[in-house]
Design a protein. Structure first.
Length: 581
């Protein structure tokens, strides 16, 4: 019966974003892959990556045995970095800051052996990678035991049905602010047409804030219940005012920009050049032109830029948004052969214009006829016509618990139990969490925050409306693991069911991280088609560190390898799960 229901869904709501789990569909996939195999073998040499054979086995089951594997060994160490011109302690991956870029193609399998040479437990999470069927690999404290110092753990996951601009970062402590992050780009398969001409090359820009103070000192501040200071600088790819990207005059380049910072929204722009937006976190957008674009904490965009100016260098600028102090950083867009340095004032960007930002956000729309990871158009999933099974209203707040600053959602400040929620759930370990701690709506105003383990129970294939309510004066940024969602509305003030009339139910962009403006709300719709324990978190890291996060338990009682992989053989066990095997 369950199978029949799901097969009907598949026929009506075929989505490029959706993990469709029926056997019928995986048969379809296999045919698609076969026709593409020859082309792939040619292109592998070009991209110069090591693909160590094709294994027929990943985890417990593999329906896509023919997809290539990329293998990485990553050693995580402390090291010295000098982005501001003097040495500081950073966290390096294979000696690099930022860490190595993963350049992959849709459906590639990724195997990363993380060797932790720090003096603290460590985890990496893959921001925006949906981890279809593999909540086990999500790399957050609610899903994984941490990798102890001087040991290693190997992640294995597939970039199933995804394209676009992503990144990864350390999810533990404040490791990511010391540099433990990198880019993860997923190219479209060559058999699927792109909605834009092939660019001459890709440039990847990771924009991030930076602190003069050591990350352990900053962490002690948070542990003592004090806020973090404002960042001292923003950097592009670990450098201040010194990255250079060189292209040929007349050609068009794809520029990927991710805000991998922890604190501030940024605005990005290029002197003398317009940017054509082509992608937002894995969705192809209507290709509008922009002078500058806001990228909030945790978000990614990709734009096309044609080098159509006089032959010289130009500034690429990122500046902080909604902040009293405006921090700027530049990189250089160099026309090959240029001997004229970028000069003149930096192109100006918005600094506090919230309304401007909200208006711009509404212009980011899904191109309904474009393909993404699958040959069927993105718009074939008519999200606006699907009945909503549940509405959840989540309000962020700041409070004090035991005389210390904390942040929370619906009155609960999340504290991770020592036993990962996912393990407690899978192995039925009692006393770790329950589904009654956090409610679907905020408590009455002035209810004091309390500590708890926040898990919302949902059923596989629920179609959920989530309203993020922000009654505070600062911009929020919310990220969801496991699924992307449709952003259907932004509004000022308070939300009421009446606001649904204003929703964009046709071409709202699908993404994994959404901003919520001060004293405003943002609304999303999400099809929960991926079983697992998924982190819904503030991307603003001090807030998340002090409790502004929760987990979505997406579940049904049918145990099937089509909907969820078994725990990997190398599963780390800890706390109350330590003695299981
Ligand atoms: C640790 O690394 C070794 C290879 O250096 C590998 O054989 C082993 O499987 C890794 N351990 C885990 C738990 O992934
Ligand atoms: C930094 O950027 C802001 C916003 O565009 C601008 O107001 C300010 O003048 C810039 N600072 C410098 C040094 O260019
Ligand atoms: C939408 O995608 C189609 C490809 O299906 C492309 O031809 C078209 O230019 C795109 N439209 C916009 C406005 O980006």
């Amino acid at each position: 019966m369950e199978i029949r229901v799901r097969m009907r869904r598949t026929r009506f709501y075929r989505s490029p974003f959706q993990y469709v789990s029926t056997p019928a569909n995986s048969y379809g996939n296999r045919r698609e892959y076969r026709s593409e195999k020859k082309m792939k073998q040619v292109s592998l040499v070009d991209i110069g990556i090591i693909i160590v054979g094709i294994l027929g086995w990943l985890g417990a089951v593999s329906v896509n045995a023919e997809d290539p594997y990329l293998y990485y060994n990553w050693e995580v160490t402390y090291g010295t970095v000098s982005p501001l011109g003097y040495p500081q302690q950073g966290i390096l991956i294979n000696g690099q800051f930022p860490g190595p870029t993963i350049d992959a193609v849709t459906n590639y399998n990724i195997v990363v052996n993380v060797i932790n040479k720090l003096d603290e437990p460590f985890l990496i999470t893959w921001n925006g990678i949906k981890q279809r069927r593999t909540s086990w690999q999500d790399g957050v404290e609610g899903t994984n035991c941490q990798i102890p110092p001087n040991s290693n753990w190997t992640y294995k996951f597939q970039l199933k049905d995804q394209i676009g601009t992503y990144n990864y970062f350390a999810s533990t402590k404040l490791h990511r602010i010391a540099g433990a992050f990198g880019a993860l780009n997923i190219e479209q398969r060559s058999v699927i047409s792109k909605p834009y001409p092939e660019p001459a090359a890709d440039f990847t820009l990771l924009v991030h804030d930076w602190f003069k103070t050591n990350h352990k000192v900053l962490r002690r501040l948070l542990d003592a219940g004090k806020p973090l200071p404002f960042p001292d600088a923003i950097l592009i790819n670990g450098q201040k005012d010194s990255s250079v990207f060189t292209g040929e005059k007349g050609k068009t380049y794809k520029i990927r920009v991710s805000n991998v910072g922890i604190a501030t929204s940024i605005n990005f722009r290029i002197q003398g050049h317009k940017m054509k937006l082509i992608e937002v976190e894995g969705a192809h957008t209507m290709q509008e032109e922009y002078e500058s674009l806001d990228v909030h904490v945790g978000q990614s965009i990709a734009v096309l830029v044609t080098l159509d100016g006089p032959l010289q260098d130009y500034y690429m600028v990122a500046s902080t948004r909604f902040s009293k102090t405006v921090l700027n950083t530049t990189a250089t867009l160099r026309y090959s052969g240029s001997n004229k340095k970028a000069s003149g004032p930096l192109p100006a960007g918005p600094t506090y214009q919230i309304h401007w930002s909200m208006k711009q956000a509404r212009t980011m729309r899904l191109n309904l006829t474009a393909n993404a990871a699958r040959p069927n158009p993105q718009g074939s999933f008519h999200y606006g016509t699907i009945p909503i099974t549940r509405t959840i209203v989540l309000a962020n707040s700041e409070g004090v618990i035991n005389n210390k600053l904390r942040y929370g959602v619906n009155g609960i400040s999340h504290a991770n139990p020592p036993t990962p929620l996912k393990l407690a759930d899978w192995f039925n370990i009692a006393g770790v969490f329950d589904l009654n701690t956090i409610k679907d709506t905020p408590p009455p105003a002035a209810t004091p925050l309390r500590l708890g383990a926040s898990v919302i129970g949902l059923t596989l294939h629920d179609f959920v409306e989530i309203i993020f309510l922000n009654n505070e004066n600062s911009v929020q940024s919310w990220h969801m693991d496991g699924s992307s969602f449709y952003v259907v509305g932004f509004g000022s003030g308070s939300w009421s069911p009446d606001m649904r009339k204003r929703y964009n139910l046709v071409d709202g962009v699908s993404r994994h991280t959404v901003q919520v403006y001060p004293k405003s709300w943002s609304a999303i719709l999400v099809s929960l088609d991926n079983k697992g324990m998924w982190n819904l978190r503030s991307a603003i890291w001090s807030r998340r560190y002090l409790g502004q996060e929760l987990y979505l338990r997406v579940w049904n009682n049918e145990q099937s390898l089509y909907t969820e992989a078994n725990p990997p053989q190398n599963l780390l066990l800890c706390a109350k799960a330590k003695h299981l095997h």
